[in-house]
Write a protein that binds this ligand. Structure first.
Ligand SMILES: [Zn+2]
Ligand SMILES: [Zn+2]
Length: 125
């Protein structure tokens, strides 16, 4: 992985925040305007390609989060962006289907979107 000063700034934000961030969030957090939005987008794409960040599209906006080593999936609240890790149980399903189609899987992703307990309660009010 090659870290430029701009990439380091972006990565440090994810390490400090441990939350979902979109490019505009990052631009706001780096409020001195030292990095162009286009540079932030390129840094995010780079980290996604390097599997440092995961990406989820919520309400048509691409949000990124730090991948913490172990493979798992997330449930994400589309209202407050709270994120809950869930264990991956897809291996059996994948193995069953690859033999049928002679498919060679290299990666997969799955994110469950919905409302967290707190936001679900607000929806019903
Ligand atoms: Zn919520
Ligand atoms: Zn998985």
């Amino acid at each position: 992985m090659r870290l430029t000063p701009a990439r380091t700034l972006v990565l440090n934000l994810f390490k400090a925040k441990s939350s979902l961030l979109c490019a505009e969030d990052i631009e706001k957090l780096l409020k001195d305007g030292s990095i162009y939005l286009s540079t932030i987008y390129r840094a995010l794409e780079y980290f996604e390609k390097e599997s440092v960040l995961g990406k989820s599209t919520i309400n048509k906006t691409a949000y990124y989060y730090l991948i913490d080593g172990r493979h798992h999936h997330y449930m994400i609240c589309t209202h407050c962006l709270a994120r809950f890790p869930i264990d991956c149980e897809l291996e059996a399903m994948i193995n069953k289907n690859i033999t049928r189609h002679n498919f060679i899987p290299t990666s997969h992703d799955l994110t469950i979107y919905g409302y967290c307990e707190k936001c679900a309660k607000q929806q019903n009010n």
